[in-house]
Design a protein around this ligand. Structure first.
Ligand SMILES: Cc1ncc(COP(=O)(O)O)c(C=O)c1O
Length: 460
């Protein structure tokens, strides 16, 4: 936990002055190794607002963004010739490695046949079947981002239930879906701070309770005005929070008892296995969303619904006024997506690849835990399949409020840059590390050793 009381403020048990001095020293090392990057992007790139093509690129804690020459498998090479073992993997978009060979081949093949035509191709005929078999829901639609898939799925949920509200868990993130940007502020629902141009009170349409709090959930659903609960099975977008035993079962029971639909967003927890957390743990969602890595790095997402929901949606469509549904985007469900997704599902998201990812993720988590214990740091490690996270606070964390308090942003930034200087890239927003099918044992051991080295410096 962070503390700013007393003369010497600390984060994660480390004094602010030590964090600052390590961060400054590591920033120097970073710059020295990247003269070309610094010359090109150190002062921002002309022509882009904020100096980058997308503002998130300014959120890395490095002194300036790394200018990438190429990425292959689990390695990124920058324009200065530095090689990084990539555990960020495009924050999950490249979870199966950069340009997996079967996906690259499918892209090459499709590039000769047209990239978008608002009509199905033969790959689409296979895809519907693949998605149904893989994720257990029979009816699918393709979109381009997980954000859009969530938005469309929530619309269907509201349409068929004729209920206005949704419910989210504190600390959630489901993409830039407006109605999910609510948080608990000292226990009271409020808009998240910092929302650009948002003038609505989002709490009018969104209820919010803490993850792992079944009584609060049951009370919130009792009014029967919530169309849908949207959640990840594990909260991954704050410091990782695992469901307590019985919580997901209780969630399903409470939603069914109140006629509320359940949307499981597997965009990150697909790290669990080929069928996601849903298949591994027998969840029974009414709606299912998966984006990011589902087409091996080509922008694509999928959303699926159950038979029962499909029947209700058909009835709704028969009765609704004609006119634009407000769902769909022009480039969605294009043949490049079909080809890449088919290759990813058939040849990349395989049991064999997941077995490799699971094994190395277990090795990584154990190695980090050992280093934390050795240096007597008050930190802990969490893992969901191929997704590992170290959290600079004691654990386990129970909910979004605890996860929020566990963030140690300055300390995390110092560790991040220090890891880059040791040839390791982890996620910029939190301490997330992904294992891909291309990740090697040597890369994992390098990360464990670098982490131990940094922990020694922090505690020296
Ligand atoms: C669980 C979850 N759902 C949805 C999204 C949105 O994905 P995208 O930004 O590709 O729309 C994210 C992004 O981080 C996510 O973590």
């Amino acid at each position: 936990m962070q503390s700013s009381t007393g003369a010497a403020a600390t984060q994660g048990g480390i004094s602010s002055s030590r964090i600052d001095s390590i961060r400054a020293a590591e920033a120097k090392i970073f710059r020295k190794a990247r003269p070309k990057s610094e010359a090109a992007v150190g002062k921002g790139v002309k022509g882009f607002f904020g100096g980058v093509p997308m503002h998130w690129m300014n959120d890395w804690p490095t002194p300036f963004p790394i200018l990438v020459e190429k990425a292959k498998g689990a390695t990124i090479t920058d324009v200065d010739g530095n090689k990084l073992a990539d555990f960020c993997l495009g924050d999950t978009g490249s979870m199966f490695g950069h340009s997996p060979a079967p996906v690259a081949k499918a892209i090459r093949r499709q590039s000769r046949r047209g990239l978008t035509y608002m009509l199905p191709s033969e790959d689409a005929l296979v895809l519907g079947k693949l998605l149904s078999e893989r994720f257990g829901l029979p009816h699918w639609q393709i979109a381009t981002t997980a954000t859009d898939a969530n938005r469309f799925a929530l619309r269907v949920a509201r349409a068929v239930t004729n209920r206005p509200k949704i419910l989210v868990f504190n600390g959630c993130y489901h993409g830039s879906v407006d109605e999910t940007f609510v948080r608990l502020d000292n226990g009271k629902p409020a808009n998240k701070p910092g929302l650009t141009g948002e003038f609505r009170d989002l709490t009018q349409g969104t209820k919010i309770v803490e993850f792992n709090d079944l009584p609060a959930l049951e009370a919130a659903l009792a009014d029967q005005d919530v169309a849908c609960v949207i959640t990840e099975p594990v909260l991954t977008n704050c410091c990782m929070v695992l469901p307590e035993p019985g919580f997901l079962e209780g969630l399903r029971k409470a939603t069914r008892a109140t006629g509320t639909l359940l949307l499981i967003d597997e965009t990150h927890t697909i790290s669990t296995g080929p069928g996601g957390y849903t298949q591994r743990y027998g969840l029974e969602p009414d709606l299912f969303v998966l984006g990011k890595p589902v087409a091996g790095g080509v922008p694509a997402s999928v959303w699926g619904i159950s038979d029962e929901l499909a029947a209700r949606y058909e009835a709704y469509n028969r009765s609704k006024q004609p006119g634009y549904s407000g769902m769909g985007t022009t480039l969605s469900a294009n043949p490049l997506q079909f080809a890449a997704m088919r290759a990813a599902l058939e040849e990349v998201m395989t049991e064999e690849n997941y077995a490799h990812m699971e094994k190395l993720a277990g090795r990584l988590a154990a190695g980090l835990e050992a280093a934390i214990a050795k240096h007597k740091l008050p930190w802990h490690v969490r893992r969901v399949g191929a997704r590992v996270e170290f959290i600079c606070a004691p654990g386990p964390l129970k909910n979004g409020s605890e996860a929020d308090a566990a963030h140690a942003s300055e300390l995390e930034a110092a560790i991040h840059v220090a890891l880059v200087n040791r040839g390791i890239l982890i996620a910029p927003f939190h301490n997330m590390m992904l294992i891909s099918p291309a990740t090697t044992k040597a890369q994992v051991d390098r990360l464990i050793s670098a982490f131990g080295d940094i922990a020694a410096q922090l505690t020296a």
